[in-house]
Ligand binder design. Structure first.
Ligand code: SAM
Length: 245
């Protein structure tokens, strides 16, 4: 799996910041509903092991600081939450969305979520934690970064032995990846879909990356049917892996 050049990643981040700057209520609702949907594919036991009494690092939380952990129903059991993000933090209360009076309670709720945990402006490639967390979350991020393997290696280093990583990333079908890499990258190179995604993955490539980074017991949850894996739309499985004791 390749790394992309700094200039390519910066172009992706420019598209990313334009996306967040242009945020509207509909899109904000969508990113808030997809997170509990994603967590719902995990068992109660998996959720408890990932979150209860745990020190958690989320990489690539987004500039509004809306963590996947904020949607864990028993989030009061989380011991510590650190949120890493290369883009500067944006306060929803300082955005133009605040002018939409009807949506004010929703905006206030988003604002309260963004206050949960500590926000640190840094990329996953630059982080230097050593065995400081029980759980690392990388949700909807790996296909946006410069060097996915380096981020997973840094995540591995940051986790204590016996700790876990939870990854959610869009995976393409075989035909979907061919279409994206050989057609869309050429004919739609100025669209945000292409600009913001320097990488695409097949689900088994994510498993390989996790193993290459050092993780054991990689589990994949939410894999569709074989026909879907061959020619369906993209899907977002959960990958859980462990740092051996
Ligand atoms: C599609 S957004 C997802 C944000 C958030 N995880 C969510 O699901 O709402 C991708 C995020 O990855 C972040 N990102 C891109 N490159 C990164 C890197 N090298 N290290 C950490 N985060 C990165 C982007 O800034 C952006 O906030």
């Amino acid at each position: 799996m390749t790394t992309v050049k700094q200039a390519r990643w910066q172009a992706a981040q420019l598209a990313e910041s334009q996306y967040w700057d242009g945020m509207n209520i509909t899109e904000l609702l969508r990113i808030c509903t997809e997170k509990p949907d994603f967590l719902s594919i995990l068992s109660q036991e998996q959720l408890q092991y990932l979150f209860d009494d745990k020190e958690i690092l989320e990489i690539g939380v987004g500039p509004l600081g809306i963590s996947l952990a904020s949607f864990y129903p028993e989030k009061h059991k989380i011991k510590k939450l650190v949120k890493l993000e290369p883009l500067a933090r944006t306060l929803i209360t300082e955005s133009s969305l605040i002018q939409q009076i009807w949506a004010r309670p929703f905006i206030d709720w988003i604002s309260s979520l963004s206050e949960e945990g500590n926000y640190i402006q840094k990329s996953g490639e630059q982080m230097e934690y050593e065995e400081e967390f029980d759980t690392v979350i990388i949700y909807n991020v790996l296909d946006h970064v410069k060097d996915p393997l380096l981020i997973l290696r840094n995540a591995y280093k940051s986790i204590r032995s016996g700790g876990q990583i939870l990854v959610g990333v869009d995976c393409r079908s075989i035909l979907g990846q061919i279409k994206f890499e050989y057609i869309l990258r050429r004919i739609a190179k100025d669209e945000i879909l292409v600009k913001a995604h320097p990488h695409t993955f097949l689900h088994h490539q994510v498993v390989q990356l996790l193993e290459e980074a050092g993780f054991d017991h990689v589990q994949t949850i939410g894999i569709p049917s074989l026909i879907h894996i061959f020619m369906g739309s993209s899907f977002r499985p959960a990958f859980i892996a462990e740092k051996r004791r």
